[in-house]
Design a binder for this molecule. Structure first.
Ligand SMILES: C[S@@+](CC[C@H](N)C(=O)[O-])C[C@H]1O[C@@H](n2cnc3c(N)ncnc32)[C@H](O)[C@@H]1O
Length: 355
Protein backbone atom coordinates (compact mmCIF):
# COMPACT_ATOMS: atom_id res chain seq x y z
CA UNK A 1 0.00 0.00 0.00
CA UNK A 2 1.24 3.51 -0.83
CA UNK A 3 2.57 5.42 2.17
CA UNK A 4 0.05 7.79 3.76
CA UNK A 5 0.91 11.43 4.40
CA UNK A 6 -1.00 12.26 7.59
CA UNK A 7 -1.33 15.94 6.80
CA UNK A 8 -2.73 15.21 3.35
CA UNK A 9 -5.07 12.62 4.83
CA UNK A 10 -6.37 15.25 7.24
CA UNK A 11 -6.81 17.76 4.40
CA UNK A 12 -8.68 15.23 2.27
CA UNK A 13 -10.88 14.21 5.19
CA UNK A 14 -11.79 17.83 5.87
CA UNK A 15 -12.45 18.47 2.18
CA UNK A 16 -14.81 15.49 1.95
CA UNK A 17 -16.48 16.50 5.19
CA UNK A 18 -16.96 19.95 3.66
CA UNK A 19 -18.82 18.37 0.73
CA UNK A 20 -21.10 16.45 3.09
CA UNK A 21 -21.66 19.57 5.19
CA UNK A 22 -22.46 21.49 2.02
CA UNK A 23 -25.06 18.96 0.93
CA UNK A 24 -26.76 18.93 4.33
CA UNK A 25 -26.70 22.73 4.56
CA UNK A 26 -27.96 23.22 1.03
CA UNK A 27 -30.95 20.93 1.51
CA UNK A 28 -31.78 22.64 4.82
CA UNK A 29 -31.46 26.06 3.13
CA UNK A 30 -33.87 25.03 0.41
CA UNK A 31 -36.45 23.96 3.00
CA UNK A 32 -35.86 27.14 4.96
CA UNK A 33 -36.60 29.20 1.86
CA UNK A 34 -39.77 27.24 1.07
CA UNK A 35 -40.98 27.40 4.68
CA UNK A 36 -40.44 31.15 4.84
CA UNK A 37 -37.87 30.92 7.66
CA UNK A 38 -35.30 33.22 6.05
CA UNK A 39 -38.00 35.65 5.04
CA UNK A 40 -39.38 35.77 8.61
CA UNK A 41 -35.89 36.18 10.08
CA UNK A 42 -35.09 38.97 7.66
CA UNK A 43 -38.42 40.82 7.94
CA UNK A 44 -38.86 40.49 11.68
CA UNK A 45 -35.23 40.96 12.67
CA UNK A 46 -33.14 38.92 15.15
CA UNK A 47 -35.11 36.17 16.88
CA UNK A 48 -34.87 33.29 19.30
CA UNK A 49 -36.07 29.94 18.02
CA UNK A 50 -39.34 30.49 19.88
CA UNK A 51 -39.91 33.88 18.28
CA UNK A 52 -39.11 32.53 14.83
CA UNK A 53 -41.43 29.58 15.40
CA UNK A 54 -44.21 32.02 16.36
CA UNK A 55 -43.57 34.16 13.30
CA UNK A 56 -43.75 31.18 10.93
CA UNK A 57 -46.31 29.01 12.73
CA UNK A 58 -43.78 26.15 12.83
CA UNK A 59 -42.71 23.84 15.64
CA UNK A 60 -40.15 25.50 17.99
CA UNK A 61 -38.07 22.36 18.53
CA UNK A 62 -37.64 21.82 14.79
CA UNK A 63 -36.98 25.50 14.10
CA UNK A 64 -34.33 25.45 16.85
CA UNK A 65 -32.50 22.50 15.31
CA UNK A 66 -32.71 24.09 11.85
CA UNK A 67 -31.29 27.35 13.25
CA UNK A 68 -28.44 25.45 14.87
CA UNK A 69 -27.55 23.90 11.51
CA UNK A 70 -27.67 27.29 9.75
CA UNK A 71 -25.61 28.92 12.51
CA UNK A 72 -23.03 26.12 12.42
CA UNK A 73 -22.75 26.56 8.67
CA UNK A 74 -22.42 30.34 9.03
CA UNK A 75 -25.54 31.07 7.00
CA UNK A 76 -27.27 32.82 9.91
CA UNK A 77 -25.50 34.82 12.58
CA UNK A 78 -26.07 34.26 16.33
CA UNK A 79 -25.57 35.75 19.77
CA UNK A 80 -24.46 33.01 22.15
CA UNK A 81 -26.46 30.47 20.17
CA UNK A 82 -29.61 32.07 21.55
CA UNK A 83 -30.67 34.85 19.21
CA UNK A 84 -30.29 34.41 15.47
CA UNK A 85 -30.21 36.92 12.62
CA UNK A 86 -29.83 37.10 8.86
CA UNK A 87 -27.36 39.65 7.49
CA UNK A 88 -28.84 41.93 4.79
CA UNK A 89 -26.36 40.49 2.28
CA UNK A 90 -27.61 36.97 2.98
CA UNK A 91 -31.19 38.20 2.80
CA UNK A 92 -30.49 39.57 -0.68
CA UNK A 93 -29.39 36.09 -1.75
CA UNK A 94 -32.01 34.03 0.08
CA UNK A 95 -35.18 36.09 0.38
CA UNK A 96 -35.91 38.24 -2.68
CA UNK A 97 -36.25 35.93 -5.67
CA UNK A 98 -36.62 38.72 -8.18
CA UNK A 99 -33.09 40.15 -8.23
CA UNK A 100 -30.19 38.80 -10.32
CA UNK A 101 -28.23 38.28 -7.08
CA UNK A 102 -30.87 35.86 -5.77
CA UNK A 103 -29.76 32.28 -5.19
CA UNK A 104 -33.26 31.07 -4.31
CA UNK A 105 -33.79 29.63 -7.78
CA UNK A 106 -30.55 27.66 -7.60
CA UNK A 107 -31.58 26.11 -4.30
CA UNK A 108 -34.99 25.36 -5.80
CA UNK A 109 -33.29 23.04 -8.29
CA UNK A 110 -31.87 20.84 -5.52
CA UNK A 111 -34.69 18.30 -5.21
CA UNK A 112 -34.71 17.75 -8.94
CA UNK A 113 -30.90 17.47 -8.88
CA UNK A 114 -31.00 14.83 -6.16
CA UNK A 115 -33.79 12.92 -7.95
CA UNK A 116 -31.83 13.17 -11.19
CA UNK A 117 -28.84 11.41 -9.66
CA UNK A 118 -31.07 8.32 -9.20
CA UNK A 119 -30.73 7.76 -12.94
CA UNK A 120 -26.94 8.04 -12.92
CA UNK A 121 -25.99 4.35 -12.49
CA UNK A 122 -28.25 3.30 -15.36
CA UNK A 123 -26.97 6.14 -17.56
CA UNK A 124 -23.38 5.17 -16.79
CA UNK A 125 -24.11 1.60 -17.92
CA UNK A 126 -26.21 2.35 -21.00
CA UNK A 127 -24.68 5.67 -22.07
CA UNK A 128 -28.19 7.08 -22.43
CA UNK A 129 -29.50 10.01 -20.41
CA UNK A 130 -33.00 11.14 -19.53
CA UNK A 131 -35.06 13.43 -21.75
CA UNK A 132 -36.33 16.59 -20.06
CA UNK A 133 -39.73 15.10 -19.41
CA UNK A 134 -38.09 12.34 -17.38
CA UNK A 135 -37.87 14.90 -14.56
CA UNK A 136 -41.64 15.49 -14.62
CA UNK A 137 -43.27 18.79 -13.80
CA UNK A 138 -40.84 19.32 -10.90
CA UNK A 139 -37.97 19.46 -13.42
CA UNK A 140 -39.69 22.14 -15.51
CA UNK A 141 -40.43 24.10 -12.33
CA UNK A 142 -36.81 23.81 -11.15
CA UNK A 143 -35.46 25.11 -14.45
CA UNK A 144 -37.93 27.97 -14.48
CA UNK A 145 -36.88 29.13 -11.03
CA UNK A 146 -33.20 28.56 -11.76
CA UNK A 147 -33.14 30.81 -14.82
CA UNK A 148 -35.72 33.44 -13.71
CA UNK A 149 -33.27 35.91 -12.08
CA UNK A 150 -31.62 36.54 -15.44
CA UNK A 151 -34.75 37.61 -17.31
CA UNK A 152 -34.30 41.36 -16.56
CA UNK A 153 -30.68 41.17 -17.75
CA UNK A 154 -31.86 39.66 -21.02
CA UNK A 155 -34.60 42.26 -21.56
CA UNK A 156 -32.76 45.36 -20.33
CA UNK A 157 -29.20 44.62 -21.45
CA UNK A 158 -28.94 41.81 -23.98
CA UNK A 159 -31.77 42.68 -26.38
CA UNK A 160 -30.77 46.38 -26.67
CA UNK A 161 -27.16 45.29 -27.33
CA UNK A 162 -28.24 43.33 -30.44
CA UNK A 163 -27.92 45.28 -33.68
CA UNK A 164 -31.32 46.64 -34.73
CA UNK A 165 -33.43 44.03 -32.91
CA UNK A 166 -35.27 46.28 -30.47
CA UNK A 167 -36.35 48.60 -33.31
CA UNK A 168 -37.75 45.67 -35.30
CA UNK A 169 -39.57 44.23 -32.30
CA UNK A 170 -41.03 47.61 -31.41
CA UNK A 171 -42.23 48.02 -34.98
CA UNK A 172 -44.05 44.66 -34.95
CA UNK A 173 -41.48 41.98 -35.81
CA UNK A 174 -41.97 38.21 -35.70
CA UNK A 175 -39.97 36.20 -33.18
CA UNK A 176 -39.52 32.71 -31.78
CA UNK A 177 -38.01 31.49 -28.53
CA UNK A 178 -36.86 27.91 -29.16
CA UNK A 179 -36.56 25.69 -26.08
CA UNK A 180 -38.75 28.14 -24.20
CA UNK A 181 -39.22 25.84 -21.19
CA UNK A 182 -41.98 27.14 -18.95
CA UNK A 183 -42.18 30.28 -21.05
CA UNK A 184 -41.24 32.87 -18.42
CA UNK A 185 -38.60 34.48 -20.62
CA UNK A 186 -40.83 34.33 -23.72
CA UNK A 187 -43.69 35.94 -21.84
CA UNK A 188 -41.39 38.70 -20.58
CA UNK A 189 -40.14 39.40 -24.11
CA UNK A 190 -43.65 39.35 -25.60
CA UNK A 191 -44.85 41.77 -22.92
CA UNK A 192 -41.83 44.05 -23.42
CA UNK A 193 -42.61 44.27 -27.16
CA UNK A 194 -46.41 44.21 -27.44
CA UNK A 195 -46.42 45.08 -31.18
CA UNK A 196 -44.37 42.01 -32.06
CA UNK A 197 -45.61 38.44 -32.45
CA UNK A 198 -43.98 35.64 -30.47
CA UNK A 199 -44.03 31.85 -30.48
CA UNK A 200 -42.37 29.78 -27.79
CA UNK A 201 -41.38 26.26 -28.87
CA UNK A 202 -40.53 23.37 -26.59
CA UNK A 203 -40.54 19.60 -26.99
CA UNK A 204 -41.22 19.00 -23.26
CA UNK A 205 -44.91 18.44 -22.54
CA UNK A 206 -44.40 19.58 -18.93
CA UNK A 207 -42.74 22.79 -20.06
CA UNK A 208 -45.44 23.49 -22.64
CA UNK A 209 -48.20 22.78 -20.10
CA UNK A 210 -46.60 25.27 -17.69
CA UNK A 211 -46.18 27.88 -20.39
CA UNK A 212 -49.83 27.51 -21.52
CA UNK A 213 -50.95 27.94 -17.89
CA UNK A 214 -48.77 31.03 -17.55
CA UNK A 215 -50.32 32.50 -20.69
CA UNK A 216 -53.83 31.77 -19.41
CA UNK A 217 -52.92 33.83 -16.31
CA UNK A 218 -51.91 36.76 -18.54
CA UNK A 219 -55.02 37.25 -20.70
CA UNK A 220 -53.92 40.71 -21.85
CA UNK A 221 -50.89 39.17 -23.59
CA UNK A 222 -52.33 38.36 -27.01
CA UNK A 223 -49.12 38.40 -29.07
CA UNK A 224 -47.76 35.07 -27.80
CA UNK A 225 -48.46 31.38 -28.33
CA UNK A 226 -46.64 28.22 -27.27
CA UNK A 227 -46.15 25.16 -29.48
CA UNK A 228 -44.49 21.79 -29.52
CA UNK A 229 -42.25 21.89 -32.61
CA UNK A 230 -42.70 18.15 -33.12
CA UNK A 231 -46.35 18.91 -33.90
CA UNK A 232 -46.03 22.43 -35.33
CA UNK A 233 -42.49 23.02 -36.57
CA UNK A 234 -40.64 26.33 -36.46
CA UNK A 235 -41.22 28.07 -39.85
CA UNK A 236 -38.43 27.39 -42.33
CA UNK A 237 -39.36 30.18 -44.78
CA UNK A 238 -37.06 32.93 -43.53
CA UNK A 239 -39.97 34.89 -42.09
CA UNK A 240 -38.72 35.67 -38.57
CA UNK A 241 -36.85 38.78 -37.43
CA UNK A 242 -35.54 37.21 -34.27
CA UNK A 243 -34.94 33.79 -32.70
CA UNK A 244 -33.63 33.13 -29.19
CA UNK A 245 -32.12 30.06 -27.56
CA UNK A 246 -31.94 30.67 -23.82
CA UNK A 247 -29.99 27.99 -21.99
CA UNK A 248 -30.99 25.40 -24.58
CA UNK A 249 -28.23 24.39 -26.97
CA UNK A 250 -25.93 22.61 -24.50
CA UNK A 251 -28.96 20.58 -23.34
CA UNK A 252 -30.24 19.60 -26.76
CA UNK A 253 -29.56 16.25 -28.36
CA UNK A 254 -28.87 17.95 -31.71
CA UNK A 255 -27.74 21.57 -31.24
CA UNK A 256 -26.47 21.43 -34.84
CA UNK A 257 -30.00 20.79 -36.12
CA UNK A 258 -31.51 23.46 -33.86
CA UNK A 259 -29.12 26.06 -35.25
CA UNK A 260 -29.98 24.96 -38.80
CA UNK A 261 -33.67 25.37 -37.96
CA UNK A 262 -32.97 28.88 -36.64
CA UNK A 263 -30.91 29.74 -39.73
CA UNK A 264 -33.79 28.74 -42.01
CA UNK A 265 -36.33 30.55 -39.82
CA UNK A 266 -34.74 34.00 -39.84
CA UNK A 267 -34.83 36.63 -42.57
CA UNK A 268 -31.55 37.43 -44.37
CA UNK A 269 -31.16 40.41 -42.00
CA UNK A 270 -32.56 38.54 -38.98
CA UNK A 271 -30.82 37.83 -35.69
CA UNK A 272 -30.39 34.82 -33.42
CA UNK A 273 -29.56 35.31 -29.75
CA UNK A 274 -27.86 32.42 -27.96
CA UNK A 275 -27.61 32.57 -24.18
CA UNK A 276 -25.53 29.81 -22.66
CA UNK A 277 -23.27 29.18 -19.70
CA UNK A 278 -20.27 31.55 -19.46
CA UNK A 279 -17.09 29.52 -19.34
CA UNK A 280 -13.51 29.24 -20.47
CA UNK A 281 -12.80 27.19 -23.59
CA UNK A 282 -10.01 25.07 -22.03
CA UNK A 283 -11.12 22.13 -19.90
CA UNK A 284 -8.53 22.79 -17.21
CA UNK A 285 -9.95 26.29 -16.83
CA UNK A 286 -13.55 25.04 -16.79
CA UNK A 287 -12.57 22.99 -13.75
CA UNK A 288 -11.67 26.19 -11.89
CA UNK A 289 -15.12 27.77 -12.44
CA UNK A 290 -16.40 28.63 -8.94
CA UNK A 291 -19.56 26.62 -9.58
CA UNK A 292 -17.88 23.79 -11.52
CA UNK A 293 -18.87 20.90 -9.19
CA UNK A 294 -22.47 22.15 -9.11
CA UNK A 295 -22.52 22.65 -12.87
CA UNK A 296 -21.12 19.17 -13.51
CA UNK A 297 -23.85 17.91 -11.15
CA UNK A 298 -26.47 19.68 -13.27
CA UNK A 299 -24.79 18.20 -16.30
CA UNK A 300 -24.96 14.61 -15.01
CA UNK A 301 -28.59 15.00 -14.01
CA UNK A 302 -30.08 17.49 -16.50
CA UNK A 303 -27.94 19.00 -19.21
CA UNK A 304 -25.66 16.26 -20.47
CA UNK A 305 -28.31 13.77 -19.51
CA UNK A 306 -30.93 15.31 -21.83
CA UNK A 307 -28.34 15.94 -24.52
CA UNK A 308 -27.37 12.25 -24.37
CA UNK A 309 -30.98 11.02 -24.27
CA UNK A 310 -30.69 9.64 -27.80
CA UNK A 311 -27.90 7.54 -29.28
CA UNK A 312 -26.93 10.34 -31.67
CA UNK A 313 -27.07 12.97 -28.89
CA UNK A 314 -24.26 15.54 -28.84
CA UNK A 315 -23.92 15.14 -25.03
CA UNK A 316 -22.42 18.63 -24.72
CA UNK A 317 -23.53 19.18 -21.12
CA UNK A 318 -23.59 22.24 -18.86
CA UNK A 319 -20.04 23.39 -19.57
CA UNK A 320 -19.91 21.93 -23.07
CA UNK A 321 -20.91 24.89 -25.22
CA UNK A 322 -18.03 27.33 -25.05
CA UNK A 323 -17.38 30.13 -27.54
CA UNK A 324 -15.24 28.08 -29.99
CA UNK A 325 -17.81 25.25 -30.02
CA UNK A 326 -20.62 27.71 -30.72
CA UNK A 327 -18.58 29.31 -33.52
CA UNK A 328 -18.11 25.87 -35.06
CA UNK A 329 -21.79 24.88 -34.81
CA UNK A 330 -23.06 28.28 -35.98
CA UNK A 331 -20.69 28.29 -38.97
CA UNK A 332 -21.80 24.80 -39.98
CA UNK A 333 -25.45 25.92 -39.75
CA UNK A 334 -24.79 28.78 -42.19
CA UNK A 335 -24.32 31.79 -39.91
CA UNK A 336 -21.55 34.05 -41.16
CA UNK A 337 -21.24 36.36 -38.15
CA UNK A 338 -20.99 35.31 -34.50
CA UNK A 339 -20.34 37.99 -31.90
CA UNK A 340 -19.91 37.37 -28.19
CA UNK A 341 -21.66 40.28 -26.52
CA UNK A 342 -20.66 42.24 -23.45
CA UNK A 343 -23.46 41.70 -20.96
CA UNK A 344 -22.99 41.97 -17.22
CA UNK A 345 -23.92 38.44 -16.14
CA UNK A 346 -21.41 36.24 -14.30
CA UNK A 347 -23.12 32.97 -15.23
CA UNK A 348 -24.23 33.40 -18.83
CA UNK A 349 -22.55 34.21 -22.12
CA UNK A 350 -24.53 36.04 -24.83
CA UNK A 351 -23.92 35.59 -28.55
CA UNK A 352 -25.38 37.40 -31.56
CA UNK A 353 -25.63 35.22 -34.68
CA UNK A 354 -26.36 36.71 -38.09
CA UNK A 355 -26.90 34.92 -41.45
C1 LIG B 1 -32.66 24.49 -19.52
S1 LIG B 1 -34.20 24.57 -20.29
C2 LIG B 1 -34.33 26.29 -20.61
C3 LIG B 1 -35.74 26.77 -20.66
C4 LIG B 1 -35.92 28.27 -20.88
N1 LIG B 1 -35.39 28.72 -22.15
C5 LIG B 1 -35.32 29.09 -19.74
O1 LIG B 1 -34.39 29.84 -19.99
O2 LIG B 1 -35.81 28.95 -18.61
C6 LIG B 1 -33.94 23.88 -21.91
C7 LIG B 1 -35.23 23.61 -22.64
O3 LIG B 1 -34.92 23.25 -24.00
C8 LIG B 1 -35.90 22.32 -24.41
N2 LIG B 1 -35.43 21.63 -25.62
C9 LIG B 1 -34.40 20.77 -25.72
N3 LIG B 1 -34.29 20.33 -27.00
C10 LIG B 1 -35.27 20.95 -27.70
C11 LIG B 1 -35.67 20.91 -29.08
N4 LIG B 1 -35.04 20.15 -29.96
N5 LIG B 1 -36.70 21.69 -29.47
C12 LIG B 1 -37.34 22.47 -28.56
N6 LIG B 1 -37.04 22.51 -27.25
C13 LIG B 1 -36.00 21.77 -26.83
C14 LIG B 1 -36.09 21.43 -23.20
O4 LIG B 1 -37.29 20.69 -23.25
C15 LIG B 1 -36.05 22.45 -22.06
O5 LIG B 1 -37.33 22.89 -21.72
Amino acid sequence: MASINKEKLHESTMALLGHLNGLSTAIAIQHGVELGLFDALSQGGPASSGELADRTGLSERWVREWLHLQAAAGVVEHENAHRFSLAPESALLLVDESTPASMVGMFATLSALIDGFEHLPEAMRTGLGQPYDGHGDAGANAIERGTAPWIPVMIDEALPALEGVVGKLEAGGHAADIGCGSGARTLAMAQAFPNSTWTGYDTSQHAIARSQAKLADAPSTTNLSFKNPLQEPVPSDGSLDFVSFCDVLHDATRPDQLLEIARKAVKPDGTVLVIDIAQAPALVDKLTHPAAPLFYGFSLTFCMSSSAATKDGAALGTLGLDAPKLQELAGAAGFTRVRQMEVEDPFNAYYELRP
